[in-house]
Design a protein around this ligand. Structure first.
Ligand code: AMP
Ligand code: GLY
Length: 418
């Protein structure tokens, strides 16, 4: 397993439900993951290091979970050495790596998304904003930006600042060489993760992320402060419409472009008055969406993963529990801005777990039988229930038993009303 967050912890725990999984190595992993896997000190972005380690240990399968190594071509590099790998090749991962690429793909193949224009010249970008004179306006850096590359400007001044900081100050580096300027959409947001082998696509159950740091969707964006599954706004009818208008056309489009996608494709959707539209694609499992989707998965994950790699996903049906799931993220004081690490975590047992919930470790360290904070997002406290309310109640009950200095979390996960 490549990566070291809550998503990877959830993937490892699910994969281990298959008794043929003997040893899991995780590069680099974290404190909680070390209770379920052997952590190895190789950064997730070290393509050569991972390939060398996989050869040395003769691993049967490498699961590349985060975006950066996918975009660096880690799957291509592993395949070249004859090592089985789960995840899209670099050319397909571009659907997340470049917003310009993904927007142009959607336009070319008629996949519903926000209207937009692309600019590599800040002056022209600004002229366009002035011409449109329609606020809020959404300004996106082309490349990866740690989930912070989207700025929603409320007026011309805000747009000017955004364009200046992305394109001229280069706050996201080369990711800001080009920007997408697009229309502001409104409506419930839905995350749908889907397995695909390039021929068949099998969506998983839906989920909803909570990106803002504070209750009531206030404060800056984070990597995600909590999730629920299913997403109450995603009806069966919408699922059918998305399959026809978005999921299948996306797989087709990538095939036609010679960029067949194999792995988990993440659809970030907005349910607008004019129907569902794509806000973004990710070339991987979402974090913390994975933490609520996988606990509901009843089909053996390794069987699905193998079927994707061998391009026989058609043979595998996905089965999910009808239960609801909720994940509440406990974060370090100050996150998503600067925060301190190394705070002792109370309330976890020796396995890093707690009664009444499953704990996915996002940023922890394990030392002498004790867990310490080691990242912005620290723990994803997850519970299943017969109803969403029951799942939330259980998750929050567990959260209240866990503590560390400065800990903060949202109190309103799963309570959003549109
Ligand atoms: P992204 O990094 O593409 O996921 O964007 C981050 C967040 O910005 C999304 O989850 C949306 O809440 C918001 N966003 C992105 N594009 C739009 C848009 N065209 N209209 C409204 N909100 C948007
Ligand atoms: N939760 C959003 C993401 O994984 O990008």
């Amino acid at each position: 397993m490549i990566g070291g967050g809550g998503r990877e912890h959830a993937l490892i725990r699910k994969l281990k439900e298959n008794s043929s999984v003997k040893t899991v190595y995780c590069a680099p992993g974290n404190g909680g993951i070390s209770r379920d896997a052997v952590c190895v000190n190789i950064p997730a972005t070290d393509v050569e290091g991972v390939v060398a380690f996989a050869k040395e240990k003769k691993v049967d399968l490498v699961f590349v979970a985060p975006d950066d190594p996918l975009m660096l071509g880690m799957v291509d590099a592993l395949e070249k050495e004859g090592i089985r790998a789960f995840g899209p090749r670099k050319a397909a991962a571009e659907i997340e790596g470049s917003k310009v690429f993904s927007k142009n793909l959607m336009k070319k193949y008629g996949i519903p998304t926000a209207r937009y224009e692309v600019f590599d010249d800040p002056k022209k970008a600004l002229e366009y904003v002035k011409e449109q004179d329609n606020y809020p306006v959404v300004i996106k850096a082309d490349g990866l930006a740690l989930g912070k590359g989207v700025i929603i400007a409320e007026d011309f001044d805000g747009a000017e600042k955004a364009i200046h900081s992305i394109m001229e100050e280069k706050i996201f580096g080369a990711s800001g060489n080009r920007v997408v300027i697009e229309e502001f959409l409104q409506g419930p947001e839905v995350s749908v993760l889907a397995f695909t082998d390039g021929k068949c696509i099998r969506p998983m159950v839906s989920s909803m992320d909570h990106k803002r740091v504070f209750d009531g969707d206030k404060g800056p964006n984070t990597g995600g402060m909590g999730t629920i599954s299913p997403n109450p706004y995603y009806t069966d009818e919408l699922a059918k419409e998305c399959m026809e208008k978005i999921f299948l056309p996306t797989i087709d489009a990538l095939n036609k472009e010679g960029r067949t996608f194999k792995g988990c494709l993440y659809f970030g959707l907005m349910i607008t008055k004019d129907g569902p539209k794509v806000i973004e694609y990710n070339a991987r499992f979402g974090d913390p969406e994975t933490q609520v989707v996988l606990p509901r998965l009843k089909t053996d994950l390794l069987t699905i993963v193998s079927a994707v790699i061998d391009e026989r996903l058609e043979e595998v049906e996905l089965e999910f529990s009808p239960e609801a799931a909720a994940c509440v993220v406990m974060a370090s004081g100050g996150y998503p801005q600067s925060y301190e690490k190394g705070k002792k975590i109370e309330g976890l047992n020796a396995d890093g777990q707690a009664d009444g919930a499953e704990i996915f470790h996002a940023g922890t360290k394990y030392e002498n039988g004790q867990f310490y904070t080691a990242g912005g997002r620290v723990l994803g406290v997850t519970a299943l229930g017969n109803t969403l309310d029951e799942a939330l109640e259980k998750a929050y009950a567990a959260v209240k038993k866990i503590s560390f200095e400065g800990a903060h979390y949202r109190n309103d996960i799963g309570k959003r009303k549109y």
